[in-house]
Structures are given as structure tokens and as C-alpha cells.
Design a protein around this ligand. Sequence first.
Ligand code: ZN
Length: 283
Amino acid sequence: MPELPEVETVRRTLERLAAGKTIRRVDVRLARIVRRPAEPEAFARALEGLTIRAVQRRGKFLKFDLEQLVLLSHLRMEGRYGLYREGDELEPHTHVVFHFTDGTELRYRDVRQFGTMDLYKPGEEEREGPLAKLGLEPLEDAFTEAAFRAAVAGRKTKIKPLLLNQECVVGLGNIYVDEALHAAGIHPERNADALSRAELGRLYEAIRSTLRAAVEAGGSSVKSYVNGQGEQGSYQFALKAYGREGEPCAACGGEIVKFVVGGRGTHICPACQPLKAKRRKHK
Ligand code: ZN
């Protein structure tokens, strides 16, 4: 599933390819992708004649700013966008086509069909839509160490599931949580409220630097993920924990192991990420 760096990469590509274009007509070829309004015909009609002003992102949601409306698109497992010319052969699993007035079209393909599209009036999506409960945006200025500590404070839950929960910090999924915890030297099953101030500081820095580097690399192309224009990201070559079980830890040479935390495959270096916090000896 694409995480923040992958969705941000898609956003940048879409902004370059689709911003400024005016929608002439929309074909909804698979009704289940469109959730709001419930009738695909109403969805298509509402978008006719509108211009894409900008493509933004909130957490793992893409947000098309159409001035009078906001289109929220979640790619889930394998949703992807591509820009085509009218008359280009329709590829399999093309579920929604946005025809533009300039003879190009934006096509949404999704083999697994888990992706979603919702239309809201501007501002409504923040108040009552799926964005209402979302937590801190980790690459924005408002994500300070103090804000992160406050979001984690008193949470009697394991740190990995807490970071996966989009109500605390958004955009982190299985890959980048494993990477950030490895970089910070924190075991994924440590309780959030048992982490020291220094550990939370390290984790905060690790989340930011990991996500920044991954955005810079165009995201990770793990399994079938590619960005909006079929380009592969390269961060998978920089991963230090995720998917590296049996390989040596880049920090200490120990072996990366894989086990399950909260139902998710989890990769750690047991030497760098001890379950028991090391007690500092006081003299
Ligand atoms: Zn290690």
C-alpha cells in the first residue's frame, strides 16, 4: 500500500500533469470506486465543467481542488493514475476516466478495486469527511517535537500500532514505521508511554528524515507500486530494516529478523532495538 512518500510522489506528478485542465466529461466504469455521492451519474455530472486548480495531499489521501468541489482519492492497495490521449487503448482495470477539454484524459486504474473517490464541498471534507480524524502531518512545520510528544503522551499502546494509526501521525504505513523505529533504535513492541524523552526525540527525527529521504527518492517501489506516470521510485534500495530479514543490519552487522506485531510483518535489528530499554548506570 502506498504510504506518504509514494502518495506525495503521485501528487507531484498529478499536479504537473493535470492542474489547470478542465473536465469535459467523466466515465465511471466501476461504481464501487465512487462512494460519495452514492450515484456514479451524480458524481460524473457534478464534475463536468470544473477545472483542477491544484492537487494536494492530506495523509494518504489525494485532494483535487476543483474550486467548487474537493475530490478525495485514496489509492489503497494498487490504485494508480495515468494521463493519456483520447483514443489511446483502454488498459484493463481502468475504472474512472476524466476527459479533459484539451483532448487528454486522466485514467484511474485499480487491479484490486479497493481505492475510493469522494466528493465534498470545500472545507466539508475536513469537518465531516475521512480527513476529520487525521493526526499530525509529519512533513509540515506544525509537526514539532513537542507536538509529537503530546500526540504520543499517555498512550498505553505499543508504539508500532500507534504510529500506524492515522489519528496520531498520518502517512506512515508498514514500511516507514519499520524504518523509523530502526533508525531510532526503538523496539516496535515498546509501550508508547514508556518511551523516554530522548527516545521520543530520536523517533521524531527518524520519522522526518526517513520520510524526507523517501519523498526525495520518489518513494519505494515495493511489489507493484509505481507513481502516477508509471515511474518507479528508488527508496526500496535505501531500506535498512523493511524486507531485509536475514540480511545484516547496516548499523551493527547483526541480523535483521522478522516477526508479527499487531498482525503486521515487522522487521527489526534485535541488537539496535532492544525490547527492554537499556538502563543508564548512574554513579
Ligand atoms: Zn543493528
